[in-house]
Design a protein around this ligand. Structure first.
Ligand SMILES: [Fe+2]
Ligand SMILES: [Fe+2]
Length: 170
């Protein structure tokens, strides 16, 4: 798969995140704070989608002929389907949905960190700045969601994600 096509696959996974969080905001609309925070998370996923679309232009300008492995992405997409199905199950509680949000983010960060080294300079800088350096704010929203819904384990998982992103930036 060409690098441009690989980044487009990542962009489509970000778009799935937009729908995933929007769906949770709608489903748990009766919890106004949680719904607002899920909408914020959805907006961040929309910005990730836009950024990866932009990165493709830069890859094309850089000549973007090199190829990149895609095997890991098939497993990621399958895991995302499982999380989506669990979130859509009729008996999923608010607390379980918050834990599924952490599950989603815990597969997103390694996916992006795995992509970064394959990107040419300018696109790499764009993704590092727009997705990795910005991610502690995304995880702060996740921690806020966990506090608002009383799921302390997810507060810790959000902190671990933020730490991992900071470490990756060096
Ligand atoms: Fe994302
Ligand atoms: Fe995310």
């Amino acid at each position: 798969m060409s690098l441009g096509a690989l980044v487009e696959r990542h962009a489509q996974l970000e778009k799935r995140g937009v729908g995933f969080y929007r769906g949770l905001a709608t489903r748990f609309a009766s919890h106004a704070t949680a719904a607002r925070l899920w909408r914020e998370m959805s907006n961040t996923e929309a910005s990730h989608f836009a950024l990866l679309e932009l990165a493709q232009d830069w890859i094309a300008m850089a000549g973007g002929a090199s190829s990149a492995p895609t095997d890991a992405l098939d497993a990621v997409a399958a895991r995302m389907s499982e999380i989506e199905a669990a979130a859509e199950a009729v008996d999923t509680t608010l607390e379980a949905a918050v834990a599924l949000t952490a599950d989603w983010e815990e597969i997103e960060l390694p996916r992006i960190l795995e992509l970064v080294p394959h990107l040419p300079g300018k696109a790499q800088g764009l993704v590092l700045a727009g997705m990795v350096a910005e991610s502690p704010e995304h995880y702060r929203i996740l921690a806020e969601l966990a506090k608002a819904t009383d799921v302390p384990a997810v507060v810790e998982r959000a902190a671990a994600l933020a730490e991992r992103a900071r470490t990756a930036l060096g």
